[in-house]
Design a protein around this ligand. Structure first.
Ligand code: ADP
Ligand code: MG
Length: 350
């Protein structure tokens, strides 16, 4: 099982144009880890996976599995298995044959194939469904078959490209737990693309955050959540978006409430933006802010508040069921939980 290492990797689709999907990308995916890639649509997540799989050539730099340079190594020799969002099953084949197809191509005997297929089917609870065709399966079952087809090959790495996006919420949660269990059991290096925050935070040992400009941050879920490296990561990670307040005169009342300081004092300290997570804001009886909107989420509510003439609302998470439009609240933000960013958008260490 290899470490997957990108060293100064460039990728562009049009060799004549200067538009790069990746420029000088450095990334060290550790062996055995569950690494999740997140980022907005079009930032290059699928391209990055396809480069690892060998389905997409690297335009420059070096991609290696441990010390072995794989830039020129064809996909079949890389020993990685990829699972796609759309399952990509063979419609005319049974579940049994779909799972065993890659093994047949690899030249395994019927008996060897049979043992591996049954073992995978047992792990994925597909034993009762082996003689069905894909059209006779639910979305979750189809995705299990696609995963089964990947695990029978005993790959050195698993690559998942938004594998659960087509499933409904309950099934997603169940499959998420199954994928976590598979990784726990086999410990195979896994690279997993998702746009789902919960999937990223729960599955990952480490998360790679990508934007159109490339790699923004690479760290554990806690590191990204507690110490986002810049405004992009701060705004992107977390199931409730961080409040990001620009240090300027119009936001003075809100800044005063959160930090106890004026825009001038904050700017003099080199701060360009103040960040406050909705989870960290404490509401109590008072009138400093007025409730503009309440979004009920079940146990909690996301409360949008306006503070004097500040142009943007402040969002706070609250479990107060009595809170309603038009009410007033006092706002307290513990200063050690504030995030501070410089005018370039980079995190300032406290
Ligand atoms: P993501 O998976 O993060 O949504 P992709 O990796 O699919 O993003 O795409 C990254 C960028 O590369 C996009 O701008 C996309 O239009 C471009 N791209 C992807 N595949 C091709 C291709 N085969 N030819 C040309 N451009 C492509
Ligand atoms: Mg994609």
């Amino acid at each position: 099982m290899p470490n997957i290492v990108f060293h100064q990797v460039n990728k562009r689709f049009d060799e004549r144009a200067d538009r790069h999907v990746f420029r000088d990308l450095n990334l060290h995916i550790r062996k055995g880890e569950f690494t999740v890639l997140v980022g907005p649509s079009g930032c290059g997540k699928s391209t990055l996976l396809r480069m690892i799989a060998g389905l997409e050539p690297v335009s420059g730099g070096e991609l290696s599995f441990d010390e072995l340079r794989v830039n020129e190594l064809p996909p079949v020799k890389r020993g990685v298995a990829m699972v796609f969002q759309n399952y990509a099953l063979y419609a005319h084949m049974t579940v049994y044959d779909n799972i065993g197809f890659g093994l047949k191509i690899a030249g395994l005997s019927k008996a060897e194939r049979h043992a591996l297929i049954l073992d995978a089917a047992r792990q994925l609870q597909l034993e009762e469904l082996l003689q069905r065709k894909p059209t006779q399966l639910s979305g979750g079952q189809r995705q299990r078959v696609a995963i089964g087809r990947a695990i029978v090959r005993k790959p050195t790495a698993f690559l998942f490209d938004e594998p659960l996006s087509n499933l409904d919420a309950n099934l997603r949660a169940q499959m998420r737990a199954e994928i976590a269990e598979l990784h726990r059991k086999h410990g195979v290096t896994t690279v997993y693309v998702t746009h789902d925050q919960v999937e990223a935070m729960t599955l990952a040992d480490r998360i790679v955050v990508l934007s159109r400009h490339g790699l923004e941050q690479f760290g554990t879920p806690d590191e990204l959540f507690d110490t986002p490296a810049n405004l992009f990561v701060a705004g992107f990670m977390g199931s409730h978006r961080m409040n990001l307040v620009p240090v300027d005169e119009p936001h003075a009342p809100l800044l005063q409430l959160l930090t106890g300081q004026s825009p001038a004092a904050l700017a003099a300290a080199g701060i360009g933006t103040i960040g406050a997570r909705p989870e960290d804001i404490e509401l109590s009886d008072g009138s400093a802010a007025s409730v503009q909107l309440v979004e009920r989420l079940g146990a909690e509510s996301l409360v949008h508040l306006t503070v004097a003439s500040s142009p943007a609302p402040l969002c706070a998470l609250s479990n107060d069921r009595s809170i309603a439009f038009g009410q007033g609240r006092a706002v307290r933000m513990p200063s050690h939980k504030l995030h501070r960013f410089d005018p370039e958008g980079n995190r300032i260490a406290p």
